[in-house]
Design a protein around this ligand. Structure first.
Ligand SMILES: Cc1cc2nc3c(=O)[nH]c(=O)nc-3n(C[C@H](O)[C@H](O)[C@H](O)COP(=O)(O)OP(=O)(O)OC[C@H]3O[C@@H](n4cnc5c(N)ncnc54)[C@H](O)[C@@H]3O)c2cc1C
Length: 461
């Protein structure tokens, strides 16, 4: 049988500076795995680039041969887009340089960086780039889809803090996009995912911050509806310095959790205050007053501690499935449905994740970037997380069933980075009034849809 991976290998191997891994090669097995254990695929070739010219050569060779190609930064695509069966993976994990200009409060970093690579380098200068909450997530995938995290209300989405992109487009050329160059592409790259090319470098704004106040607490099952209603009302008036996320889940069996709550449904609150701690305590104390007193804790933590504290909760190789949506308002009926669902959670790590955006993310005009929805402040992510293939059906059907129950109250729209691989029909919904412009930019830069392993915006035929 014709082997397109071998063809790309033959075309590349004399000039490629990084690693070319084929099935059977040492390191291939490890390199083929991605974060979501539900997605086990075997590419024909993994091209681990050492730099931009490798990425250009890989794109040119793949596009000439017509092989299905996946782009990988951190490999955390929930949908599993950073791998494929039989095709090529352009793997950027060797490209993790970060350069910080402390005086200008700017950084440049390469397309293979994890969030942790960026945080570690920027914190040396006492600065932060606003990104996500798990440090082993890839920066590229997260930023290109939008990027929400602890600092979103204070400093905006990750993509709002990008001033320039360098990318390798489908014909292998290097193109720059910024507010002055290729402005349509600059618009599309801020929320449009991996549709337009291989981003090899980001130029970003940084902000001064080295520590935050972190407060946590649990509300038992019977208090979930009251807690969610109070969160809804409280966040509408909350200062930008406050981020309050709530997970409905089964309380873990750890010493930190009061014995009677362990294994029981709870609302787990995590609050971050980014301003002067003294100004934050009244807000934090008010928010935590709904939690059980013996479950509450608060402390000042370094930014790096904050950014890594959830790392072990989402390990590589477990099985994950997700569905997500926005709410303009969280009505009492929706709250009751969520609270009822908490009682039927099918596995110990599965959760209903709730975050309130608003703040700096909502102050950017909707049409300024391609990113999903800035107006609906409530973002919900139903995330199933389990280990045994025998539990696939129970977890997936629980997520789908709950999503269908909640769907009528949602605002149409979805954040592309929280979508699964079976939701291609929702991609136009993710961009809504921005769809036609996305299609136009895609048609210009990738008319043959070479970059299609993503929440795909097909070019015009
Ligand atoms: C544990 C975990 C925690 C998360 N936390 C957050 C969070 O706090 N906030 C948030 O907003 N999201 C979060 N997400 C979602 C995350 O933003 C997406 O999963 C994102 O796609 C991950 O990026 P990646 O580079 O690791 O993924 P990959 O799987 O490597 O790539 C994802 C997509 O981006 C494309 N892509 C990757 N690199 C490039 C590049 N250099 N150029 C062009 N296209 C590229 C790929 O082709 C693919 O379509 C989280 C996900 C996980 C698994």
């Amino acid at each position: 049988m014709h082997d397109a991976g071998e063809d790309v290998y033959s075309s590349l191997h004399q000039r490629f500076k990084g690693d070319l891994l084929r099935p059977g090669d040492g390191g291939f097995e490890e390199a083929r795995g991605i974060w979501n254990g539900m997605v086990a695929r075997t590419p024909g070739l993994i091209a681990r680039c050492a730099g931009v010219s490798d990425a250009q050569n890989a794109v040119r060779a793949a596009s000439k041969i017509g092989i299905l190609t996946a782009i990988r930064c951190g490999g955390h695509s929930l949908a599993g887009f950073s791998t494929c069966d039989g095709g090529l993976v352009i793997d950027l994990s060797r490209m993790r340089e970060v350069t910080v200009d402390a005086d200008a409060r700017r950084a440049r970093f390469s397309g293979g960086c994890l969030l942790g690579s960026v945080d570690t380098a920027t914190q040396k200068a006492g600065l932060v780039f606003p990104s996500g909450v798990v440090s082993h997530t890839g920066a590229s995938g997260l930023i290109l889809g939008g990027g929400t995290g602890w600092l979103t209300r204070r400093f905006g989405l990750s993509c709002d803090n990008v001033e320039g992109f360098s990318l390798v487009t489908a014909d292998g050329s290097v193109v720059r996009a910024s507010s002055k160059e290729n402005v349509d592409l600059f618009w599309a790259l801020r929320g449009g995912g991996g549709n337009f090319g291989v981003v090899t470098e980001f130029e970003v704004k940084l902000h001064p911050l080295t520590s935050v106040v972190l407060a946590e607490g649990l509300a038992p099952e019977g208090y979930i509806p009251r807690l969610l209603a109070s969160w809804r009302d409280f966040m509408a008036e909350a200062p930008l310095d406050l981020k309050w996320n709530i997970d409905l889940r089964l309380a873990p069996h750890t010493n930190k959790v009061p014995a009677e709550l362990r294994g029981r449904p709870v609302a787990s609150s995590s609050l971050v205050w980014t301003g002067d701690p003294d100004a934050g305590w009244p807000y934090l104390n008010r928010a935590l007053s709904m939690c059980r007193a013996d479950s509450v804790s608060s402390k000042v933590v370094s930014f790096l501690e904050l950014q890594t504290m959830a790392d072990t909760s989402f390990p590589h190789g477990r099985r994950y499935y997700t569905k997500s949506g926005y709410f303009t308002n969280l009505d009492d009926g929706t709250i009751d449905r969520m609270a009822e669902a908490a009682a039927t959670i099918p596995s110990s790590e599965t959760q209903i994740e709730l975050a309130y955006l608003g703040g700096a993310a909502a102050s950017v005009v909707a049409g300024e970037t391609a990113f999903g929805d800035r107006s609906a402040p409530f973002i919900m992510n139903l995330l199933a997380n389990w280990s045994e293939p025998s539990a696939d059906a129970a977890n997936i059907s629980w997520i789908r069933g709950l999503f269908n129950k909640l769907r009528p109250a949602m605002k149409p729209g979805v954040y592309v980075n929280f979508m699964s691989g079976d939701e291609q029909d929702r991609v136009p919904e993710a961009y809504r009034e921005r769809w036609e412009r996305m299609v136009a930019v895609k048609s210009h830069y990738d008319p043959s849809n070479f970059f299609r392993l993503n929440q795909n915006v097909p070019p015009r035929k």
